[in-house]
Design a binder for this molecule. Structure first.
Ligand code: PMP
Length: 410
């Protein structure tokens, strides 16, 4: 891939030109949510101005038009993930809802007492708690792949944990708390060898690298639109056709049925079976615009650019005294998690905010991982395609300022 030293995309994002606390906004909280380009904002308002109607059941032109836009959005997600068929894509409110859908539908139908669900020690709470709820109700057990000191998965332990009782493995593609890129293709192969299905949490991956679900071979892949320069309240589940087609409905209502009588209802084909009720049509249209936006820049170009920027940011941070990186894996994407001697992450975040530098501080919804490292939380700077060398310099300068204020880092 080419390696542009600048992508020069800041002007596409209206919010990035608004000052915060009288300063230029240095937005480094992209792991939490990304900003939206004008094309995405306009797609959503244009939908309401020009195309709004309910989908899938209208006889009139506008309803058909709206349905076409909605199904175009599905095709865009298929393309983004390189799924084999558009029917393998179910729209959800986001990553969290997509995982819950799998846990409730697939999990309830397939799990029994003594079965095992295997997750990793670096999962977001959304890839832990739904499985815990499922285990509590079915008598299955949750097992955990340990994390090494460098913030990577212990693959020997992973192999040892896989067994004939393992029914599903849940793996975060890119850790939101460490930036570690996990070897999901190899891990999927090993899980399949053991007879388990694989769900990959791509919340922090889809905006930062090319994802190919067929190459990975996974059974489920989930992500959120809002971390992909798209709208909040939108996301998607990819599920391999045969797996999805065998899954029972999880929410009942309009749009997901074939026939309804008081005696018995029959259900629609996939993916409609999993899209009960009027969906977030405008959200689908806006997420489609976001996918087109990253396709236009090129996900391979974005990956190479952010990789270089991450390296420069890492060097700048490590040049400061008293800073410890949490997560030093060889393969990392877009995220710098760190602790600074003598300054609590929340204090750090507050001081950086007065400099216009927006980062996140805390446990990043990965409390078991923080426990693993013996810390209550970290400060986290997370990159997006619009970040620049200037942002990285501003981060380092603000960190230095915080250290001076606290009289640390001498
Ligand atoms: N998984 C990971 C790795 C995440 O970073 C996030 C969001 N921080 C989620 C899951 C949950 O995503 P959402 O809140 O959009 O459902």
């Amino acid at each position: 891939a080419s390696r542009p030293s600048q992508l020069n995309r800041k002007d596409d994002f209206p919010i990035l030109s608004r000052p915060v606390k009288g300063r230029r906004l240095v937005y480094l909280d992209n792991g939490a949510t990304t900003q939206k380009p004008l094309s995405v904002i306009q797609a959503e308002s244009q939908y309401y101005e020009q195309s709004n109607a309910n989908i899938h059941r209208g006889v009139h032109w506008l309803s058909q038009h709206s349905t076409d836009l909605y199904e175009q959005g599905r095709e865009s997600v298929r393309r983004l993930l390189n799924a084999a068929r558009a029917e393998e894509i179910v729209f959800t409110r986001g990553t969290t809802e997509a995982i819950n859908l799998v846990a409730y539908s697939w999990g309830w139908a397939n799990l029994k007492e003594g079965d095992e669900i295997l997750v990793t020690g670096m999962e977001h709470h959304s890839n832990i708690v739904p499985w815990q709820l499922l285990c509590e109700r079915t008598g299955a057990h949750l097992r955990v792949v340990p994390v090494t000191d460098s913030g990577e998965l212990d693959l020997d332990e992973y192999r040892a944990l896989l067994n004939t009782r393992t029914r599903l493995v849940g793996i975060v593609h890119v850790s939101n708390a460490l930036g570690t890129v996990n070897p999901v293709t190899e891990m999927t192969r090993l899980a399949h060898d053991a007879g388990a299905l694989v769900l990959i949490d791509g919340a922090q991956a889809v905006a930062h690298q090319v994802v190919d679900v067929q190459a990975i071979g996974c059974d489920f892949y989930v992500f959120s639109g809002h971390k992909l320069y798209g709208p909040t309240g939108m996301g998607a589940l990819y599920a391999r056709y045969d797996v999805l087609n065998d899954m029972p409905p999880w929410q009942g209502g309009g749009d997901m049925i074939h026939t309804v009588s008081f005696e018995r209802s029959t259900y629609a084909d996939v993916p409609q079976r999993f899209e009960a009720g009027t969906p977030n049509i405008a959200g689908v249209v806006a997420m489609d615009a976001a996918i087109r936006y990253v396709e236009d820049v090129g996900l391979d170009v974005i990956a190479a650019y952010e990789h270089d920027l991450l390296q420069r940011a890492t060097e700048q941070l490590l040049a400061l005294p008293g800073i410890r990186l949490i997560g030093t894996a060889n393969d990392k994407a877009g995220i710098l998690s760190f602790v600074v001697d003598g300054i609590h992450p929340h204090d750090l975040g507050t001081i950086l905010d007065t400099e216009g530098v927006a980062i996140r501080a805390g446990h990043h919804c990965a409390m078991p991982l923080m426990t693993r490292f013996g810390i209550p939380g970290t400060a986290r700077a997370s990159l997006a395609l619009y970040n620049t060398e200037d942002d990285v310099v501003a981060l380092a300068a603000a960190l230095r300022k915080a250290q001076k204020l606290f009289g640390t880092g001498q």
